[in-house]
Ligand binder design. Structure first.
Ligand code: PLP
Length: 456
């Protein structure tokens, strides 16, 4: 249906090019315009209310517009020093404070923080750091980077190459050279019939080792992994997966980069996803809930070994030839610092842990539904995977777009969720209440019933 003339949706169609959108469809239908938010709800231009079951893009951990302290922190910083940069040893005082805070919060000893504006930029920066240090260390052949099928690490050139989703490569001439792909640790989809999760994890580690030996350990620098894969469909690896994978990486002196862009800041029931999944990274990237999604800021943490290699090469070259104008932007840094204070004061990790049983109970309620293949979740992030045939796990024909259709139908029931293929993801603001968790799944239940009817 074409949008009402002169509505915001029509103006969006006329003037705005969206990311991750079929541009032709948007031209015909107009955008889904959100005008305001309150708590865990957002409102469209007609005033209709939606429970945002995705915290926007996995980021609005404190909900929408309910936190005056973040506004005050931004205003105060804008009055004191609205902008300064981090080139040539300069830095705003608040940026120093945030760097110190993040290094101190890290789940394993980290040495330094580097700031970016987005998760993609952070991951691209890490790729450059890895290449840079290995040149500096006199091993220019050790440059290849491993990531996993279905991984999501962003959209910039290197980050999109690390991303293991074909839709991000097609017609972009990606991935770049030197990116290797290893298995996605999704037991439900990739486990052999009768194979235990433990055996599947062992097979993933063996397959990783085979890849490393085939390529040559001396040519591989690092592996990127999210502790729990988010945008790939909320994939929670088997319990022993990371221990097994890390033993292989250690054996061949391959760095592990934990992408905490979604998992960080309480989402999985610990402050870091790395703690939940037993990951001991050499490098970490983070964004999104670092500022509760309120302002764009991302960070890279590097350990002492990585830092020293970078430091020594920057001294040799007279400069680390990488920098972004808005790296460590003081207003974003001030809001991030205040966000971290709020997480501490509100005991956000305890809150997620307390809600987890309710969230998982409600999620698992759909296990017996004839269209549901798997319900998976941890902390306050989860997914329900729909299948055509429960017994064989056969997926629906992609042309039916069952997942995206459910997302559209959910709008009628005042619910925003996200489809990754036919997996429906849930990642509500961490300030959601128990009653609201229940309500979110009631809205989903109605949407699923409509889809079941449509499929008849
Ligand atoms: N890494 C992960 C795990 C993500 O989920 C995302 C975004 O969803 C990114 C990186 C990229 O972050 P951004 O969209 O801020 O560039």
């Amino acid at each position: 249906m074409s949008p009402r003339p002169n509505s915001l949706a029509a103006r969006d169609a006329a003037f705005h090019l969206h990311g991750y959108t079929n541009a032709q469809k948007n031209e015909q239908e107009g955008g889904f315009v959100i005008t305001r938010g309150k708590g865990i709800y957002v409102y469209d231009e007609n005033g209709k209310e939606y429970l945002d079951g995705m915290a926007a893009l996995w980021c609005s951990g404190l909900g929408f517009g309910e936190e005056p302290r973040l506004t005050q922190a931004a205003v105060k910083q804008m009055q004191e020093l609205p902008f300064y940069h981090t080139f040539t040893q300069k830095v705003a005082s608040v940026t120093v404070e945030l760097a110190e805070k993040l290094v101190n919060l890290a789940p394993v000893p980290m040495s330094k923080a580097y700031f970016c504006n987005s998760g993609s930029e952070a991951n691209d920066t890490v790729v450059k750091m890895i290449w840079y240090i290995n040149n500096g260390l006199g091993r220019p052949q050790k440059k290849k980077i491993i990531s996993r099928t279905k991984a999501y690490h962003g959209v910039t050139v290197a980050a999109a190459s690390l991303t293991g989703l074909p839709g991000l490569h097609i017609d972009f001439d990606l991935p770049i050279a030197g990116i290797l792909r290893t298995d996605c640790p999704h037991h439900y989809r990739f486990g052999n019939p009768g194979e235990s999760e433990e055996d599947f994890a062992t097979r993933c580690a063996e397959s990783l080792e085979k890849l490393i030996l085939r390529e040559g350990p001396d040519t591989i620098a690092a592996m990127f992994a999210e502790p729990v894969m988010g945008a790939g469909g909320v994939i929670i690896p088997p319990k022993t997966y990371f221990a097994k994978i890390q033993a292989v990486l250690k054996k061949y002196d391959i760095l592990l980069v934990a992408d905490e862009v979604i998992c960080g800041f309480g989402r999985t029931g610990n402050f870091w996803g790395s703690q939940t999944m037993g990951v001991t990274p050499d490098i970490m990237t983070m964004a999104k809930q670092l500022s509760a999604g309120v302002l764009p800021i991302a960070a890279v943490l590097v350990n002492q070994r990585v830092y020293e290699a970078l430091r020594d090469n920057s001294a040799k070259n007279t400069v680390f030839g990488h920098g972004i104008t808005y790296s460590g932007h003081p207003v974003c840094a001030a809001v991030a610092l205040e966000t971290l204070k709020i997480y501490e004061e509100r005991k956000i990790v305890d809150r997620v842990r307390a809600l987890e049983p309710v969230f998982l109970r409600e999620l698992q309620r759909f296990r017996e539904h004839p269209l549901v293949g798997e319900c998976r979740g941890v902390g306050l992030v989860g997914a329900i995977e729909l299948v055509k045939d429960k017994a064989t796990r056969q997926s629906f024909d992609a042309s039916l777009a069952v997942g995206p259709n459910l997302v559209r139908i959910a709008h009628n029931h005042g619910l925003i969720i996200r489809a990754v293929g036919d997996s429906l993801a849930f990642c509500p603001p961490m300030v959601i209440s128990e009653a609201e968790v229940v309500d979110m799944f009631v809205r989903f239940e109605k949407s699923l019933a409509d889809v079941a009817e449509w499929l008849k």
